[in-house]
Every structure is written in C-alpha cells, then in structure tokens.
Design a protein around this ligand. Structure first.
Ligand SMILES: C[S@@+](CC[C@H](N)C(=O)[O-])C[C@H]1O[C@@H](n2cnc3c(N)ncnc32)[C@H](O)[C@@H]1O
Length: 216
C-alpha cells in the first residue's frame, strides 16, 4: 500500500483501489456510457498519484470506445512520483499490466512541468505538475468529467477548498460531472456553493457515502 508520509494517508483505498476507481470515478461520472457519443471527451483529475485511476480509465476506454472517440485525461499533481515508484505501487493489478508498462516507459526521468504522453491514437495523457488551484485556474478548455481524488479532506484541505471547487465548476462543460470518494460536509457544501447539483451515493467497500454531481 503506497502511503504518503507528508499527508499521513494512503493513495487509494485498502480494499481494492482499482475497483474503487470503477465504482467511484467511472460509475460516478456515468462512464463508460457517456463515451458512446464518439466525440472528444476530457477528464480532469485532481491528484495523479500512482496513475492507478489513469491506467484503469485507459483500460476501460480501450474496451468500450467508439472508433471516432478521443479521450484526453488531464491530471493535476503537485508531487509527481518517480517511474519506479509508480510501477511498484500499481504492479499488484495484473489487469492493468499493459497500461502500467506503457505509462512507466514514457514517464520522464525528472517529472516536472507539463508531462504529455500519447498513450495511443485515441488517448492522450497530460499531467500538469504544480499546485492544483493555480494549474486549474490556468486551464483553457473545460472538462466533461472530474475525478476529485485528493487525500482525505481532513489531511489535505487544499484539494477540497471553496476556491478549488469553484475553479473546478468553472472548468466543467455544460452537463459535465464530477465524482469523489469523499463525503465530508464541507466538501459537499463547497461543491454546492460552486454551483453543482450534488448527489450522495453509496460509497465503495463499506464506506457509507460518496458524492457525485452535474453542472446542469
Ligand atoms: C489520493 S492521492 C491520488 C491518487 C491517484 N488518483 C491515483 O490514481 O493513484 C492524492 C494526490 O494529490 C496530490 N496533491 C496533494 N495536494 C496537492 C495540491 N495542492 N495540488 C496538486 N496535487 C496535490 C498528492 O501528491 C497525491 O498524489
């Protein structure tokens, strides 16, 4: 289990981070269903971490994407990991072995600035290194879906602040969505205040709640 000593938290849930990604971030954003339109689809993620969500999303995208679709997965990360640490952190899932190997093979030796990787002809990954708020404010095109995946709100308040949730809302396309494993009251209030229609759903692996919502 990769663990951040800086934040005092795990990078993904102890039960099964890959299945958590499916339940929280993919289902919570209506994916893969919304990909069927066959257009350009943009996902924004707060916290690239080990790249687990990116690899699992790419895997499911490859299985379900229409021929005309293009996915741009843009992730915001202040403390990018080294390739060897990424590989070690997600090697426990044979299901994403191909995706992990491709990610690690293309990952820069000194990750910084803007990391752009064409994963395949229909999939692009961009990791924007730096503070999430500053980076999201600087992004031009809006996102169709957001994965809000900072560390626990009690340990990583910057990733759930009113300012950042407002920036996320402002960079969400009409009818775009967000999903998060978090259910803390202040996170929910910040998302509502930003303008999202917020829904509570059953959390993953015994967690009582998670949040998802739409920019109507
Ligand atoms: C729970 S982990 C993300 C897990 C990740 N989605 C995965 O698939 O492994 C949270 C991430 O947020 C990053 N982070 C924390 N504070 C941040 C900030 N202010 N700006 C950008 N990233 C931040 C951490 O470095 C960490 O990688």
């Amino acid at each position: 289990m990769p663990y951040s000593t800086l934040f005092g938290d795990h990078f993904y849930c102890e039960a099964d981070g890959r299945l958590e990604c499916e339940h929280v971030f993919l289902d919570g954003n209506g994916l893969p269903g919304r990909w069927a339109a066959g257009k350009q689809f943009r996902i924004g993620e707060l916290g690239f971490g080990t790249g687990l969500n990116a690899c699992e999303t790419w895997r499911q995208w490859k299985l379900t994407r229409p021929e005309t679709g293009h996915l741009h997965f843009v992730s915001f990360e202040r403390y990018p990991m080294q390739a060897a640490d990424i590989s070690r952190a997600i090697s426990r899932w044979p299901e994403i072995a191909d995706e992990r190997q491709a990610l690690v093979a293309n990952w820069p030796r000194t990750p910084a600035g803007l990391i752009a990787i064409d994963l395949d002809t229909q999939t692009r990954l961009t990791v924007v290194c730096g503070d999430a708020l500053e980076s999201v404010l600087g992004i031009q095109s809006p996102f169709d879906a957001w994965f809000l995946d900072g560390f626990a709100p009690s340990k990583n308040a910057d990733m759930w602040s009113a300012e950042l949730m407002q920036a996320v809302f402002d960079k969400t396309a009409r009818d775009g969505s967000f999903a998060t494993y978090a259910a803390a009251g202040y996170v929910r209030r910040n998302l509502i205040a930003a303008g999202f229609n917020v829904e509570r759903r059953q959390g993953f692996a015994g967690k009582r709640e998670m949040l998802c919502g739409i920019r109507a």
